[in-house]
Design a protein around this ligand. Structure first.
Ligand SMILES: Nc1nc2c(ncn2[C@@H]2O[C@H](COP(=O)(O)OP(=O)(O)OP(=O)(O)O)[C@@H](O)[C@H]2O)c(=O)[nH]1
Ligand SMILES: [Mg+2]
Ligand SMILES: [Zn+2]
Ligand SMILES: [Zn+2]
Length: 497
């Protein structure tokens, strides 16, 4: 029974298989074609499925890195680097690409090689993004630099006297950003490590941030970069009249701006407010200025002047006269290397050649306001040497104003100049004051030299003496005319030395 059961299927198989075999042998090309077709279709299906699986693995890796927080940890800023997050083009774009390749490789190596087109496309997109971002960075920096050049903006720290390429900015969290301009940490804005957003350029409003000097980290209240700066050092012997003159210059600006709509002359910062805030009182005939302390740190007194839609930051430097007697102390006055206009302040009464011919009555009257400085050339020589040491031949492009003070006291004396014109003043300075050598040297070294005779004492009606405004007008030459128009009529400007 058992063997019959097995024989029946074999018999049926033979009955069916034999004719099929016969048919297959007779039509073998068709059979081969069918087999090949089946293999081909199976192959295509397998490759498609494989590609889909690989693509899915790749897409999963991309999603994990870019959208699910799987991107590599951002390295903390190293020493000397700014405390801001890197922008996508400043590092994360490439590290994300590396992370995607790594993630895909981990699950599908070595099949990842088959994803070369996907990865090439991704790398191409990153490269295009990088190019666009860095072109933007370059264009913005170039535009900002061009704007600073066109507006003649040079920035000088009034505390350490160094020239700033660009100011630094302190975030509200206290972190200091010393290289805020567009770069790897931001194009238009950057994000501080505390998450605060900050503009990257003066163009975008960095001046509204808390500005600090990148060298000495002092706060720069005058918001450097917004407007051109005029560094104006006054120098001369002790008691020459520098402090009184600085107050006079400020007061002349303030007074000139008062009647002009939209014009102003404001002190900036605590230091300037302290030194210039009382200018009205200081200039009264009855006031005697306090000598500037030689040990007192020298700071630029900043006055923001606005007129005719333009702004100017005037930095006045008034160091104690004692500082100009020795090369070592003059060497500390770094601002001398940043200026192109200098004012040498001279007390005519201090000069022996002027004092000796005076009668006893005149001497008696003038003795209390006579300074101890006998030779203005000492300060002049020290400063000239220092300026030459700092700027070399560029001193030829600088201007020197020789300002002889105490105009009110000399007015009706035997040593008063014969007239206000430049020729008369030069003659007076050379022959009466004995400044011939000094002026000859000044003409040989400086590009332009001019003599002034000022009276830093206010008039009975409280107004500044025109001689101070006249000096100020010369100082402001080359600046927008609206500034010059604030001070005095131009008719006194005649003849040059
Ligand atoms: N009447 C009159 N007095 C002046 C004039 N200029 C300066 N003085 C007086 O001269 C003295 C010295 O003036 P300052 O301005 O303090 O001199 P300085 O050059 O700053 O002196 P140091 O700070 O010691 O280097 C003060 O008593 C001033 O009032 C002026 O034009 N007219
Ligand atoms: Mg002084
Ligand atoms: Zn500084
Ligand atoms: Zn911050």
């Amino acid at each position: 029974m058992r063997s019959e059961g097995c024989a029946l299927p074999a018999l049926l198989g033979g009955l069916v298989g034999l004719p099929v075999l016969v048919v297959a042998v007779l039509n073998w090309p068709i059979v081969v074609a069918v087999l090949l077709t089946v293999l081909l279709v199976a192959g295509i299906v397998a490759v498609t499925l494989g590609a889909l699986v690989l693509t899915w693995l790749y897409a999963r890796s991309v999603h994990a890195v870019l959208f699910a927080g799987g991107h590599p940890e951002e390295p903390s800023p190293g020493p000397g680097e700014d405390p801001a997050h890197r922008s996508y083009h400043g590092g994360p774009a490439w590290s994300d690409l590396r992370a995607v390749i790594g993630g895909t490789w981990r699950v599908s190596a070595p099949w990842t090689l088959l994803l070369a087109p996907h990865l090439a496309l991704y790398a191409g997109a990153v490269a295009v993004h990088q190019c666009a971002a860095w072109v933007c960075v370059g264009a913005l920096r170039a535009a900002d630099t061009a704007l600073l050049v066109v507006r003649r903006v040079r920035m000088v720290c009034p505390h350490c006297f160094r020239r700033l390429g660009y100011p630094a900015y302190a975030c509200e969290c206290g972190r200091c950003h010393t290289a805020i301009r567009p770069g790897r940490r931001g194009i238009w804005r950057r994000v501080c490590l505390c998450a605060a957003r900050m503009p990257t350029l003066l163009l975008f409003g960095t001046a509204d941030l808390h500005t600090v000097c990148p060298y000495c980290t002092h706060t720069l209240e005058h918001r450097p970069g917004e407007a051109p700066e005029l560094v104006l050092p006054l120098f001369g012997g002790a008691g020459a009249g520098k402090t009184r003159l600085v107050n006079g210059l400020y007061r002349a600006l303030e007074q000139g701006a008062e009647p002009v709509p939209d014009a102003y002359a404001d002190t900036v910062g605590e230091g300037a407010r302290q030194w210039l805030g009382e200018a009205r009182t200081v200039l009264r005939p009855s006031t005697r200025t306090v000598p500037t302390l030689p040990g007192h740190p020298v700071r630029g007194l900043t006055v923001r002047v606005g007129a005719g839609g333009s702004t100017l930051l005037l930095q006045l430097y008034d160091a104690a006269g004692e500082r100009f007697t020795r090369a070592s102390t003059v060497g500390e006055l770094g601002y001398l290397g940043q200026a192109t206009t200098f004012l040498l302040v001279v007390d005519p009464l201090g000069i022996d050649a002027v004092w000796r011919p005076l009668g006893p009555a005149e001497r008696g009257k003038l003795a209390p306001v006579r300074s101890r400085t006998r030779d203005p050339e000492l300060a002049y020589t020290q400063v000239l040497e220092e300026v030459e040491r700092r700027v070399g031949a560029a001193v030829r492009r600088a201007r020197l104003g020789v300002v002889v003070t105490r105009g009110d006291l000399l007015r009706d004396t035997s040593i008063a100049p014969e007239g206000p014109g430049q020729d008369a003043l030069v003659y007076w300075a050379e022959h009466t004051l004995g400044l011939g050598n000094l002026l000859r040297s000044a003409r040989a070294h400086f590009g332009r030299v001019r003599v002034f005779h000022t009276c830093a004492v206010s008039r009975p009606n409280g107004e500044v003496d025109p001689s101070v405004s006249h000096l100020l007008r010369w100082v402001l030459e080359g600046r927008p005319p609206a500034f010059g128009a604030l001070v005095e009529a131009p008719e006194l400007l005649d003849g040059a030395v």
